[in-house]
Structures are given as C-alpha cells and as structure tokens.
Design a protein around this ligand. Structure first.
Ligand code: F6R
Length: 609
C-alpha cells in the first residue's frame, strides 16, 4: 500500500525519486522519505505528512547523488512519525531500505537481531531488513539481500542501496508489486508502473522471490539462489499523460469524465453490433466448460465487490448458472460447498489486493477454475488466474474508484451475455436487446456527464448534512452500496447503503430531517416497491433525492431533488446510475473542501490483509 521508487543513473536521483513519489502518493501519504548516496556517504530526508513536506525538506537541504530510493507510506506497524517512515537504515547507517508489504515474522527477527547487538530506531516491521542485510553483508549487496529474504515471512517489495556499492541498486519482491524501469544509461524501480511512465515505457515485471541487480547500464534478474532469470520486456500500454490530471481539479473528476470513452474502449473488439456474437479474449474457458458450469462465485473487495454483486445478478439472470458473490475477506474464512465445474471470478482494479488474491488461492485449492476481471496488466492476480479479462480503463489514480467500477460492471455484463450465447440460456431477442443497451452506453454516459451542473446543484442542498441513506433493491442494491461508499470515503459524511426491502427492519429509525436519502427508483422489477419506500421516508420528514428515468414525474412529484438517468434495461442500469452518484459524492466532498484524491486513512491498493 506504500509506494516505492528508485533511480540509478547520471541525474540527481532524489529529484527523480520525488517526481515518482508524487505519482505514487495515492498509495499512501502519511509520511515520506528518500535516501541517496553521494561521495560514499548515505544521506536521508524523512518527514511526516504529505509529499509537500518532503519537497520543502529537500529544498531546504537538498540530497545529491546519482542513486536513491524513495518511499511514501501508509502506516501498518507503528504510527506515522519520522522514525517510522522509510527509508530505514542499518546500525552503521550505510544500508538503506524502502519496503512495501508486511513482514509477518518481524518481532521474532527483531528480538534475534537485538540479541546480536543491532539497535532499532523505529516500531516498524521493515526495519529488520536493513539490519538483516547488514548482518549478511560481506561486500556483495545482492548476496546479502538474497540471504536476508530467506529469513522473511510475509509480503514485500524492497529497494536497497548501500554506501559501499553506490553503483548498485538492488530490488526484490514476494507478493507485493514491483517493476524495474529500463532507461538508457539509467534505470528505475517502482511499486507501480505509473510512477516511472513519463521516463520509460519499458519495464521488467519482477516475480515472487526474484531479485534485480540494477546499475546504470545493466539489469540482472535472478532467483534467490542468484540463478539468472530471462524475462521479456513489458511495454506499458498507456501514454505518459494518462497519469496526469489533464486540467481537472482532481484525478477523481478526470476519471469520472473518462467513462464514456472508457466504456467505448472496453466494448471495442468485444461487442460491435447487436447481430454479432460477443468476443471475449483471455477468458480461458472452452464452450464446453461454459456449458458445464454448475456454479459461478464472484469475489472481490470494496467497490469491486459491488461490481461482483452486479455480476452475480446478471450471470444468474442471463446465463442461468447458480451464482454467488462474497467479499474476498469472508470467502477465505468460509468453507463453501464446492461443486464440480465451479468458476470463481475475481474482480480487482489493481490485481494486487491481498484479500482477493488469498480468496483466489483458496478457491483454486478447492478445485475452482479462476477468471479475473482486472485493470492493471500483469499483476499478481493475473499471474495466478486461468483466464483474465482486462477492463481496459487505463490508469486509475483517484483513490475512490470510479471508471474501474463502471468497467468492472460492464465486463461482468459482457461475460454473462457471452455465457448466455454459449449456453443458449436466453432468447435471441433478449440477447439482442441487451447488446443494443450495452452499445448505447457510451452515448448515454456522455449525456449524463454533460448534466454535471444539475448534479452539482443538488449537491449544494446536502453538502452540510451529517447523515445519508442510499436505498436500492435488486441489481441496484449494488448501486446503493456503491453510492454510499463513494460518498463516505471522500466526504466523510456518514452514509449507509441498504436494500430498500430492509428499510422497515431497522434503518427507518434513522429517518429525520437531517438525514437525506438517495432512492434508486428506475423502471423495472422493484419500481412500485421503491415508491412505497419513498412515501414512508417522506411521511417522516426525511428529504429524498430520487434517481429515476428521464421524465418520470411520478417520482419527481414525491422527491425533493432528482438525479435523472436515461432509460435502459434494469440489469444494465447500474452503469448509468453510477455516474450521477459519483458526481454527487465528488461535488459534496469538494464543497466540504476535502482532499478528494487522497482521503484520510485510505490507500489505493490494499496489499495487506
Ligand atoms: C473504493 C475503492 C476500494 C477498492 C478495493 C478493491 O472506492 O476503490 O473499495 O475497490 O480496495 O481494490 P481492487 O479493485 O484494486 O482489488
């Protein structure tokens, strides 16, 4: 969840690391630091708080040198403090380490190292690493890192430098993401390709228990026994400016506005006409396997879980396969009854979420076939899946997921329709209508984005409210949960997402003038029932924002404010409904002056359980 970056070459390494850290700040932002080597001496600057503080510290006391490692932290062990921030050093201050992940056996290692005379400065798990490297160092940094790693349990990506070998940068990983960027006369490491994309589009993706020895002109990849490893160069598939704000105030705003085009791109090559079959490359399932499916289990965390909820509904409805959805953190601790021919579908933007990866491994060990719906290419989840469908959203940097959500939903819909075609589980007319609805989405979403000012106007009525309730039912229970999650994570307004059917079983007790309700009431199965819920809330003086189909005056007459969406089949509607709900959360948070791209306590990729 932390971000790491490193540079070796001919330029001022700390400046390049700082620039990379700015692109990684979304991964964690409670403290930051950089270590560089100059004239055989290792120097460090570390600060608490966001990167602006590190920038100021470096302006005051620049760090010179051509090799450096940097880190932006999301605290796991030990509070945010200068002592706990990275890089961490060996006793003699000549070895520096940055780390992303968790070292599970650190307390035991720390005790051992202390007994051997090592002195610790921080409360972190990471600090065992520089001391271990120091213990094993006999003039060969890579060898010492490899030996140290043998002692570690847990997840990590490391960058390591040593004042005695300023011509080397060593990197290693197990479980946490890491790439080595390939330059000319200079090279990089990063926990995320986005950090170094402006510098190079060529990277090596490091695998588990692999090491990289990096110099200005060379990159050697090995396993822990230092046997060489051949790796193909991976070309980053998006342009450098994809990771810039492009004139928007926040990445979240930019990414909300990218959705019409992103949906178009995700459909391209997969669904071109209502009369043509869907093409889903990467699925990794034969038609016979699809026909034989007895169960589909969607699993994911957070927003991706909400997309999985839609996946469950559409797979059941269109492909007629018994389908379930479970939170990845829960699936691992259940013992689900497994049937032959079970498919587990892991949904993840980053492909690195620890709980999703563990759920994947659990389902695999129980005999399920794994298909993942991912955004980031060549992630840990991708590598362990039987099939991968990429949602093709491009980099998502705003911590609150927006375009990845709508594309995850769309991809579950494409997959369910594909299954329906193969299994002949839906009438051709129905499939045709659904395909038309999916093909209409880019224009509908563009239209919804053009209505942003209307949503902003609604936000002015509610941005000071302390509490909110999001109600939906059927497939749009997912929309209600996602709408509530977006609002709470960036505005810190208390937001409950509930099935409208459950309202009378508890949540209605919350209704009062200070709590606003967002009621999703588009045409479909639950339309009439939702109207009943709105009336019950209005009878208790609760203000209601209706989310309804364009021109539905029955709903408008009962609600205080409206968010309009164009009509489409109910099972497709979570995509259109997401747009005004994302914009509502965005504008409410902006009006409250919150730090939208970096909400408190959150990080973009949760690589710890
Ligand atoms: C919320 C959000 C998170 C992620 C969750 C899973 O806006 O972004 O809830 O959806 O942490 O992340 P991925 O999709 O990377 O597995």
């Amino acid at each position: 969840m932390c971000g790491i970056v490193g540079y070796i070459g001919k330029r001022q390494a700390s400046e390049i690391c700082l620039e990379g850290l700015r692109r990684l700040e979304y991964r964690g932002y409670d403290s930051a630091g950089i270590a560089a080597i100059r004239d055989g001496q290792l120097e460090v600057r570390k600060v608490v708080g966001k990167l602006v503080n590190l920038t100021a510290a470096l302006e005051e006391a620049p760090l010179l040198g051509n090799v450096a490692i940097g880190h932006t932290r999301w605290a796991t062990h030990g509070k945010p403090s200068v002592a706990n921030s990275h890089p961490h050093l060996s006793c003699d201050g000549r070895i520096a380490v940055v780390h992303n992940g968790i070292i599970e056996n650190y307390s035991q290692l720390r005790e051992q190292l202390q007994a051997e005379g090592h002195r610790f400065q921080s409360e972190t798990d990471t600090e065992v690493m520089p001391h271990l490297v120091e213990k094993y160092y006999e003039g060969d940094l890579r060898q010492a890192v490899a030996q140290a790693i043998e002692d570690l349990e847990g997840a990590f990506a490391f960058g390591v430098i040593c004042a005695d070998s300023p011509e080397q940068l060593v990197a290693a990983r197990r479980f946490s993401p890491l790439v080595v960027g390939i330059g000319e006369g200079e090279n990089y490491i990063a926990s995320d390709m986005g950090a170094i994309r402006p510098k190079t589009d060529k990277v090596y993706v490091i695998g588990d228990d692999e090491l990289a020895l990096i110099t200005t002109d060379d990159i050697e990849l090995t396993d822990l026994a230092l046997n060489p490893i051949e790796r193909e160069i991976f070309t980053i598939p998006w342009p450098p400016e994809a990771a810039e704000k492009g004139g928007h105030k926040h990445f979240m705003h930019k990414e909300i506005h990218e959705q019409a085009e992103a949906i178009h791109n995700c459909l391209a090559g997969r669904l071109s006409s209502p009369d043509k079959p869907i093409v889903l490359e990467g699925l990794g399932l034969s038609d016979q396997e699809i026909r034989d499916l007895r169960k589909v289990v969607f699993t994911a965390c957070g927003t991706a879980y909400h997309a999985g909820m839609v996946g469950r509904s559409v797979t059941e409805a269109w492909a007629r396969v018994p389908s379930e959805v479970d939170l990845a953190a829960e699936l691992q601790v259940r013992d689900p009854v497994m049937l032959d021919n079970t498919l587990a579908v892991v949904v993840s933007q980053s492909g690195e979420t620890a709980d999703s990866l563990l759920a994947l491994r659990d389902m695999k060990s129980k005999g399920a076939k794994i298909v993942s719906l991912l955004n980031v290419v060549d992630s840990s989840i991708a590598r362990e899946s039987d099939g991968v469908i990429y949602i093709q959203a491009g980099p998502e940097i705003g911590v609150a997921s927006t375009k990845a959500y709508t594309l995850q939903v769309l991809t579950t819909q494409l997959m369910a329709l594909y299954f329906a075609e193969v299994r002949q589980s839906a009438a051709p007319d129905q499939i045709r209508t659904l395909k038309e609805a999916l093909l209409a989405l880019p224009d509908q979403v563009a239209e919804l984005l053009a209505r942003e000012d209307d949503v902003k106007q609604v936000a002015t009525h509610y941005y000071h409210s302390p509490n909110s309730l999001f109600l939906g039912r059927g497939v749009n229970l997912a929309s209600a949960l996602e709408g509530a999650l977006k609002l709470k994570e960036i505005s810190y307004i208390h937001a409950e997402g509930y099935s409208a059917g459950e309202m009378k079983h508890g949540p209605i007790a919350l209704v009062e003038p200070d709590l606003f309700t967002v009621a999703i009431v588009v045409k479909g199965l639950v339309y009439e029932k939702m109207i009943g819920n709105i009336q019950e809330i209005k009878a208790r003086q609760g203000p209601v924002i209706g989310v309804a189909n364009d021109g539905d005056n029955v709903i408008a007459d009962q609600c205080d404010d409206m968010l309009w969406v164009p009509p489409c089949p109910e099972l497709v509607s979570p995509i259109t409904i997401a747009i005004p709900l994302q914009l509502l959360a965005y504008h409410i948070a902006d009006m409250r002056g919150e730090d939208i791209d970096q909400p408190r306590n959150l990080a973009k990729t949760v690589t710890v359980e």
